[in-house]
Design a protein around this ligand. Structure first.
Ligand SMILES: Cc1cc2nc3c(=O)[nH]c(=O)nc-3n(C[C@H](O)[C@H](O)[C@H](O)COP(=O)(O)OP(=O)(O)OC[C@H]3O[C@@H](n4cnc5c(N)ncnc54)[C@H](O)[C@@H]3O)c2cc1C
Length: 380
């Protein structure tokens, strides 16, 4: 029977980062991915990397994550396409300004001293397409930014393989054998594997992996949408990732276009991951005024654009900041699942250190526990 010191379930950014962190410490790693590496949440994500969180633990973790991304190519041998364009949180509610005031104190206390307040006038200068009419204030952290999830994941995967980790695609874990409170092995669509340690890196599917070992894991799947426009010269490539905190709408430059996303807070958790065109229409209709168009607006509307195909390619019609008529072609739309717990690739590093001690002779504190890679949920 095949065996491994460690089996990692899931080959998204978390699993690949963990495979790298463990294999570079000479651990015998087998990663099992039922689809292809990085093809699920990781492959559909917006690539935002921020340190502005409301919990201190997340801020500390993300500071280390950013430091790691800054040196990713030196360490991993592959570019991360990390562009520190900053994150601008746009606040329109007095309560949110108060909350972010407390956050700002905490950020400075833990060393995120570059985070600062930006008033509406400065925000309008930073992001000329931003409608700041009702903006009470913004927070800005210049060391936040965007990275390429595909590059980071494939970089970690390649580096893990160089350290002799085995990463297998098209293999689903179907069961975890536990006896006397200890993991004995995993069952898969390609046969059984003997192991004493299983890392759960299955993202939105984490709960099902937990159940295989008799554990209830409170990670729920939520559908998330993003749309990428065609060429959009009004947004400079260095404009920050901009987030309307009240609505959760966010956008950042993507190639020569704009990537736009928003959470549907009314949608219950579930595993549906096809595009909800009604929600996309809502996203553009109700919120686009803040970011994409302002001045004397023509009401934005979605319509099928040129290009044909089975899926209509929508466009947003409105008026540009300067008053010019503008039709934005939407180049791509994706929906994907995000687990309720936020994952940070650095968690893999921390977890690997923690659990390596278990491999080095001392048992992990709860041997039958599948190791969690999810952190607390926070709003984008
Ligand atoms: C539209 C969208 C935008 C997002 N934007 C951002 C953002 O800007 N910034 C940010 O930090 N996060 C963002 N996220 C969240 C981010 O994508 C996820 O937190 C992250 O990719 C999770 O990585 P993961 O490796 O845990 O999960 P995944 O990438 O989903 O990997 C889990 C893997 O486990 C595999 N798997 C599941 N069950 C099994 C099994 N039984 N056997 C074998 N394999 C299995 C799956 O096939 C999958 O490949 C976004 C998500 C979406 C959908």
């Amino acid at each position: 029977m095949e065996s491994a010191d460690v089996v990692i379930v899931g080959g998204g950014i978390m699993g690949c980062a963990l495979a790298y962190q463990l294999s570079k410490r000479n651990v015998d790693v087998l990663l099992l991915e039922r689809e292809t590496l990085g093809s699920q949440s990781t492959g559909k994500c917006a690539g935002g990397v921020r340190q502005q969180f409301s919990s201190e633990g997340n801020v500390r973790l993300q500071r280390r994550s950013v430091a790691m991304l800054e040196h990713f190519e030196e360490e991993v041998g592959h570019p991360a396409d990390f562009r520190q364009i900053g994150y601008l949180f746009v606040l329109t509610q007095p309560q949110h300004v108060e909350d972010f005031g407390h956050n700002m104190e905490m950020w400075h206390r833990v060393g995120l001293t570059e985070a600062r307040w930006v008033d509406a006038a400065e925000a309008a200068r930073m992001v000329p397409i931003l409608n700041v009419e009702d903006v009470l204030g913004c927070t800005f952290c210049p060391s936040d930014g965007i990275a390429s999830p595909a590059d980071v994941t494939s970089g970690y995967a390649a580096a893990a393989r160089r350290h002799r980790a085995r990463l297998k695609e098209g293999v689903a874990v179907t069961g975890i054998d536990v006896a006397s409170g200890r993991v004995q092995g995993v069952r898969t669509t390609a046969g059984d594997i003997a192991t004493r340690l299983v890392f759960r890196c299955a993202g939105a599917w984490s709960a099902s992996i937990g159940r295989m070992a008799g554990l209830e894991i409170p990670v729920l799947p939520y559908r998330r949408h993003i749309a990428v426009t065609g060429t959009f010269p009004a947004l400079h490539r260095d404009n920050p990732m901009t987030v309307d905190f009240q609505t959760s709408l966010y956008f950042h430059p993507e190639g020569d276009g704009v990537l736009i996303g928003m959470s549907d807070r009314e949608e219950p958790p579930g595993f549906i991951s096809d595009v909800n065109w009604d929600f996309l229409e809502k996203m553009f209709h109700s919120r686009a005024g803040r970011f994409l168009v302002r001045g004397r607006l023509q009401r934005p509307r979605l319509h099928a654009g040129a290009g044909g195909g089975s899926v209509p390619r929508p466009a947003l019609a409105g008026s540009h900041v300067g008053g010019r008529h503008l039709v934005i072609r939407v180049r791509a739309v994706r929906a994907g699942l995000a687990g309720q717990g936020k994952k940070r690739h650095l968690v893999s590093s921390a977890r690997s250190s923690l659990h390596l001690r278990g491999l080095g002779g001392r048992a992990p504190s709860h041997p039958a526990e599948s190791c969690d890679s999810a952190g607390p949920r926070e709003r984008r």
